[in-house]
Write a protein that binds this ligand. Structure first.
Ligand code: 13P
Length: 264
């Protein structure tokens, strides 16, 4: 596959993870501004991941635009007595195409482990949702030189019993835990090293074609000011943006700059 062809297929892809932010009226305002701007951002795939409470409203607002919808979590069963949980069929019904799985905030604060994350990925795939699987090392792991082995073990465990056809639907987001919400992003070299390694593991597990086409996002303190040098890395196909996705102008700038770099 030539480089030109694979580039087009996989980037840029920019998703906004709103986390536990935005009331209904705030969500409406933000989504409306992004939808308006999206008509001039055809070169990128744009996904909004708002909290559950506003998914339906955002789904209505993005109708007729290229903006797509993702949820921030999914339960591993499809229905039943699971108080407080949200299932794949519910997410699909409300208009989601994507779902974030394994975010480090859920791994660390809610204590989700790789077994749970594996079940959630399977639930997403079974319900025709594209999982955005988040992986990444802690500061302690990086300082001990364990970054790449941590990434590898997360991929191995989170993708257990996932076949090639299923794996082709998974987007991986490399989000070093120490870079999330800290203002301290990974350097472009650090991001590229991790992304290259992720592609290598995918190559080994699922073959060259899947690895070349896989969308691998970077997340962790992405802002309009640092996005260019990160986007310039060959294996960085886009971004999973937290804080800077809560403001329409900064999120739109990140998308504009990503398109500019990737279309060069
Ligand atoms: P920040 O962009 O706020 O660092 O968050 C990144 C993130 O966790 C996206 O999922």
């Amino acid at each position: 596959m030539n480089k030109e062809k694979k580039r087009k297929g996989r980037s840029p892809f920019v998703a906004g993870n709103w986390k536990m932010n935005k009331t209904l009226s705030e969500a409406r305002e933000l989504a409306k501004s992004i939808v308006k701007a999206s008509f001039n951002l055809a070169g990128a795939e744009i996904v909004l991941c708002p909290p559950f409470t506003v998914l339906y409203e955002v789904a209505k607002l993005i109708e007729g635009s290229s903006v797509q919808l993702g949820a921030q979590d999914i339960f591993w069963e499809d229905s039943g007595a699971f108080t407080g949980e949200i299932s794949g069929p519910m997410l699909l019904d409300v208009g989601c195409q994507y779902v974030i799985v394994g975010h480090s905030e859920r791994r660390q604060i809610i204590k989700e482990n790789d077994d749970i994350i594996n079940l959630k990925i399977k639930a997403a795939l079974r319900n025709n949702l594209f999982p955005i699987l988040c992986i990444g090392e802690t500061l302690e792991e990086r300082e001990k030189g364990l970054t790449l082995s941590r990434i590898e073990s997360q991929i191995e465990n989170d993708l257990k019993n996932i076949n090639q056809e299923e794996a082709a639907k998974i987007i991986i987001a490399y989000e070093p835990v120490w870079a999330i919400g800290t203002g301290k992003n990974a350097t472009p070299d650090q991001a590229e090293e991790a992304h290259q390694y992720i592609r290598k593991i995918l190559n080994r597990k699922y073959g060259n074609e899947l690895a070349n086409c896989a969308i691998i996002l970077y997340g962790g303190s992405v802002k309009p000011e640092n996005v260019v040098s990160l986007a310039e890395q060959d294996n960085v196909d886009g971004f999973l943006v937290g804080g800077a996705s809560l403001d329409a102008q900064s999120f739109i700038k990140i998308i504009e700059k990503s398109i500019e770099v990737k279309q060069k």
